[in-house]
Write a protein that binds this ligand. Sequence first.
Ligand SMILES: [Cu+2]
Length: 506
Amino acid sequence: MHARRRAPGSRLLSRFKRLPALAVLAVLAVMASTAAPKAHAADPALTGSFGPVVPWPLIPLHVVLLPDGRMLSYGTDDRGQQGAQYIYDVWKPAAGTGPESHLTLPNTTPTDIFCSGQIVMPGSGKVLLTGGDLVINGTRNYSVNDVTSFDFGTNAISTVTPMSFLRWYPSVLTTAAGETLVLGGRPAPQKSSPTPEVYTEGKGWRVLSGATSEDAYGLRNWTYPRAWQAPNGRVFIATIWGGTYFLDPTGIGSLSQTALKLPAGNPFLPTVMFAPGRILSLHQGNVARVIDINGPTPTAKVVAGVGQDRYEGFATVMADGRVLVSGGSAIDNVEFGVARTSRIWNPVTQRWSNGATAVKMRLYHSTSLLLPDGRVFTGGGGAPGPQNNLNAEIYTPPYLYLQDGSKQLAPRPHITAAPTVATWGQAITLQTDAAKVSRVTFLKMGSATHTVDFDQRFTALSFSADGGQVTATLPASANLAPPGYYMVFVFNELGVPSEARILKLG
Ligand SMILES: [Cu+2]
């Protein structure tokens, strides 16, 4: 059994007994009000659409976009059994979803990277995989300090110098300085690893001994802590108990609590940075908040909820800056109040609309990730859960459809030339066949697991267009856009995006 802080509810009845009757009624009422629209009524120009359920070589409970546009996934063996010491998969979206699109390879490191933390490093573009699972005397969910890396150039996985601390469920993110920050996770049940550490390619590990905290990323908030590089140069942390912090990762590190205190949250409800310094956070009770960390003091305000609680659901920023929330259920990892209908959040109106309806429930250990072609990968769930989903459903967002009621895909503009490397504040030149350009957007390539996408962030670039030549200005600083790999999309006058060109910011 895969033990976890919030035990997956295999006993539905006992769960109900613990819920106040009013809460159950509220859940049922919300479910009725957000019931899936009838299939024939759905216009994909409004809702987008899910592709067919396609088999996946494993449960993709960790997914990360590689600098060459392929996607690494891992998490279980080929039967969906937890444990990722055996295989991992590299998928090429442009090759479809058949067997020929997958490169399933043996994990030659002895590390079980199940429930680790993974991120692309900004220098080499290799994936750093931190921590993972360990079985002691037949009991799972102890931890390792092992570190491995995946090289997309050679498709090879190899071992890296280990961390100072054991971590299972750690978060990883790229800082403005181009280092990889690792925080949280736990070494063993009821134990913590409250000291963050950073990895720098060519230098190795540095322990942030000046920033140890049980409250920020230790005992009280060890489960994939929510953390983002903030515009003020520090790293913002929103804990599940409500406290918020700024971590300065330079030197030995230092930590300060901010004046913003939120109501307690849940580690398995998604929270996503949808614009520079602005974060959409889903809380229990169908509450959503927008946290703003752009000013001197972080603020938060309540906005319309997603419709029902969607534990283990995912929030993914799409190429146009809207947020897709897919998957989840009203009770954590239980087949009750399963939310198959996705929801789309508009950051301008801060309102929700219905997206398309998926076939499979996507609960614990499911993932979602924006692809360079503008579609969204959704997949996985299980190990454990009511379904072991060795499958995926690729979501095609509304912006890829003609907005004329025809339900047909729109012709797409193309970027015919773009730089592959650029720096902050630079005006880059793009060539496009779009007759008129309406938008240029810039999104960091994501890395997702357990309701967290460590690296996704979205910026609409200011631009000018002269015929097919577009000049767009990149974000001003690494605080707004940490170094690494980004997707650039050009939208035509109908709001249809090109496929992305991938650019290394550094
Ligand atoms: Cu897990």
